[in-house]
Design a protein around this ligand. Structure first.
Ligand code: BGC
Length: 769
């Protein structure tokens, strides 16, 4: 019997209410509104002392989320004295109300505070990590996840979130690759806009809207050697063409704030980089919101070698940094610098005005308590609908990397499964990296999910099989929080033995392996990105049994999986799926949902290939097959990735044929239509992401071999065929040339359409001006 897969409709309740994704600014003010705001803020600023103005620029941490090594004291007094503009890391209606009342009733000018938090992939109901969310290629779903996060965050009194993180990353060693949308600027930009729209909603004044904060501006994902907080050095061409577009997309979508990054940009730390924060961001892009530093990133400019706190603080305010996170550099030094004429009142006024404007846009002057509703705090968090949405998002995020013999989906009745691995009966590691409000105890383990789906109809033989890692030095580094990773009481040998025994009694092995929560995310770079040795040993022993072996892989980054690819029967990449992990995984393993995720980041074969990304330049001696001396390649490994960008299998099969172009010779602003036929020739209904790439082999600068320019997600029933068309205008051919002019150049273009960045059909057009 043919199986049917349908998108879980309950998860999309509300989606219809959301505006469809586009990069327009849905929060844009009318001229009249702006004039009203300006008058209000000007009036208020007239009453403010210099100290009060500087106070608005000071962001402190409330202690519920310490994400750096420095914290703040005396917050209550600071709020009353007007030396604090906002608090982050404090939530809960009662706690927030206390502070807001202290500001509104207790301070001289009654200016409300903003309350921020790292709400990155959900607040209480945790969604997949952003890298997983991006693998859905589903902008409505991504937007919906941000909307739900905003509702939950506001229900606990928050009105500002430090998201989306849109740093392009080409280096899987960097732990924060997990927090972004992968390596592609176009997809990254679409996702950035979707998230901003989701968070900010139709009006920032709504009680369930939060102001978004796009980060980390800029280029943070290009840290040398993938080492956290490391130097970035990049040409302007690479910045403009590959790294900056997602930040720009967030600005165009109306993001209210932006966070500077820890790294240098062109030799100058972002936090004090005038070119970046003023010339590019405000003058070229027209950004109207405020810029906040990263956690003590202003103080750290001293370590970059630019002078003491007073010097770097005055440089920062001149450069366009408006708010100082945690480090109190502004608070402690700006007044003195003003007296010494190192900074101007105009710069302090600018920064103060932008913070007050943000509060005004959020409607906090009208009602500082707008989201402080104890009833909502109870009713709007971790609701059934939110969990259903998180489950559906997780199902859509999984990427089927391999499925030999159509071993997946597994049968729901009969037979036996050995469920092994340190992540199989584990709640601790289901949520992923940024989960300050997330409660891991409430997450669903893989074992629980499987039991829910198959009950006692399939015999499950469980064994842990191995520790996450046996390396005690590594464990110490992973345990920045209490009890994150620990060694089992049983010896590693005995654990493997248990797994082997369980496997001997079973028809199929399902090994749930990979990275624990703290192996990716901030300050979690790795030089070896394989599955830890303890788990590999277990897999090698299991392999000796010659039974079908399915890997369920947890990972916050691409891993090197050559052995696993060669030896496992199937691999399902589940990233870190969030609260509903086990339910989503079981639904996919047993065929209640047919996987449709596609990689947004290239998986290398070896760490030595990094950086490896699909939109690379050709080089003068491109690698070809055959004798390879004097070509751009390695002696010891192929150039190709293990799994390319855009890759992901389905339980069904999609056949692409008959790429047709409406024209092959075009001129000026004509429109080209590329159409391809996609047929479902397998046995299951499935979703496919059809991808459009364009290559530009005749240009004034060397251009990538191909670039993603569009994509469409379609659902095909068994036996169904669809023509999928893309409309291509010269806009899709544009790039920044050597003069940083954004334009297209006439000549030949290669149009490719396919199932991933490597497997496409292609045709050539000539497009003249
Ligand atoms: C991170 C930011 C985060 C901030 C506040 C920093 O260490 O880089 O992404 O928003 O802490 O938690």
């Amino acid at each position: 019997m043919k199986k049917k897969f349908t998108r879980n409709s309950a998860a999309f309740i509300g989606a219809a209410l959301l505006m469809s994704v586009c990069s327009i600014n849905v929060n844009a003010q009318t001229a009249a509104e702006t004039a009203k705001m300006n008058a209000y803020v000007t009036g208020l600023m007239k009453k403010m002392t210099v100290d009060e103005k500087i106070g608005q620029l000071n962001l402190v941490t409330g202690g519920m989320a310490i994400t750096g090594s420095v914290t703040n004291n005396g917050i209550g007094d600071g709020v009353k004295n007007g030396t604090i503009g906002g608090i982050f890391g404090l939530y809960g209606v009662a706690e927030v109300r206390k502070m807001q009342e202290a500001a509104v009733k207790g301070s001289r000018l009654h200016i409300p505070l903003i309350f921020g938090l790292d709400v990155i992939h959900g607040h209480r109901t945790i969604f997949p990590i952003p890298l997983g969310m991006s693998a859905t290629w589903d902008l409505d779903l991504i937007k919906q996840s941000a909307r739900i996060a905003a509702k939950e965050a506001t229900a606990e009194g928050l009105n500002w979130v430090f998201s989306p993180m849109v740093d392009i990353a080409r280096d899987a060693r960097w732990g924060r690759i997990s927090e972004g949308s992968g390596e592609d600027p176009y997809l990254g930009g679409r996702i950035a806009a979707a998230m901003v729209h989701g968070y900010q909603g139709t009006s920032l004044k709504n009680a369930d809207a939060v102001m978004a904060c796009v980060k980390h501006f800029a280029l943070y994902g290009a840290a040398e050697a993938g080492r956290e907080y490391n130097t970035v050095d990049m040409s302007r061409l690479a910045m403009y063409n590959y790294y900056l577009p997602p930040y720009k997309a967030a600005v165009d979508a109306g993001v209210g704030s932006i966070m500077s990054s820890f790294n240098v940009v062109d030799g100058v730390p972002s936090t004090v980089n005038k070119w970046l924060l003023t010339d590019l961001l405000r003058k070229q892009w027209g950004f109207k919101g405020f810029v906040v530093s990263d956690y003590t990133s202003l103080n750290e400019v001293t370590n970059h070698g630019l002078g003491d706190l007073k010097t770097v603080s005055s440089r920062a305010i001149n450069a366009g940094l408006d708010m100082d996170m945690v480090g109190e550099g502004y608070l402690k030094t700006l007044k003195k610098s003003l007296q010494e004429k190192k900074v101007s009142m105009a710069d302090i006024d600018r920064a103060c005005r932008l913070i007050l404007e943000a509060k005004y846009k959020l409607g906090l002057f009208d009602n500082p308590y707008k989201s402080l509703d104890a009833a909502r705090e109870k009713s709007d968090i971790m609701t059934v609908a939110n969990r259903v949405a998180a489950r559906s998002a997780a199902e859509h995020s999984f990427v089927l990397l391999k499925n030999d013999d159509q071993i997946l989906p597994l049968k729901k009745t009969g037979g036996s499964i050995a469920l092994v691995g340190p992540l199989a009966n584990n709640k601790r590691d289901m949520l992923g990296t940024w989960v300050i409000g997330g409660e891991w105890e409430k997450s669903v383990s893989v074992m629980e999910g499987i039991e829910r789906v198959v009950g006692d109809k399939v015999k499950i033989n469980y064994a842990k099989g191995s520790n996450i890692t046996d390396d005690t030095t590594f464990i110490k580094r992973l345990n920045f929080g209490p009890g994150m990773v620990s060694l089992d009481k049983e010896s590693p040998e005995d654990m493997i033995e248990d797994a082997v025994k369980a496997a001997k009694r079973s028809d199929i092995i399902v090994a749930v392996v990979g990275e624990s929560q703290s192996m990716s995310g901030e300050s979690s770079s790795r030089s070896d990105i394989s599955i830890p040795e303890s788990q590999q040993k277990m897999l090698r022993e299991l392999k000796k049994l010659h039974k079908p072996m399915v890997l369920v892989l947890f990972n916050g980054r691409p891993l090197t999986l050559q052995w696993e690819n060669d030896n496992a029967t199937a691999i399902l990449d589940v990233w870190a799926p969030g609260t509903e992990a086990g339910n989503a995984i079981a639904n996919v393993l047993f065929g209640n949902y047919n996987p449709s995720g596609k990689l947004t980041t290239t998986f290398p074969r070896s760490v030595g290939q990094i950086p490896l990304y699909y939109n690379h330049l050709n080089t003068g001696r491109p690698y070809t097959t055959g004798p390879t001396k004097f070509k751009s390649n390695y002696l010891d490994i192929d150039n190709s990735p293990l799994y390319p960008f855009g890759y992901g299998l389905s339980y069904t099969k999609f056949q692409y044929s008959n790429l047709k172009l409406s024209k092959t010779n075009l001129k000026g602003n004509e429109t080209l239509t590329a159409t391809i036929t996609v047929a479902n020739t397998g046995n299951y209904t499935g979703e496919e992401t059809v991808q459009l790439y364009i290559g530009d082999p005749e240009a004034s600068i060397s251009r990538p071999v191909k670039e993603l320019k569009d994509f469409k997600k379609i659902t095909l029933q068994v036996g169904q065929k669809k023509d999928v068309s893309f409309t291509i205008t010269p806009d899709k051919l544009k790039f920044f040339n050597s003069n940083l002019k954004y334009d297209w150049e006439p000549g030949k273009f290669i149009i490719e359409v396919g199932t991933n960045s490597e497997i496409t059909e292609s045709a050539t057009v000539n497009w003249m001006k």
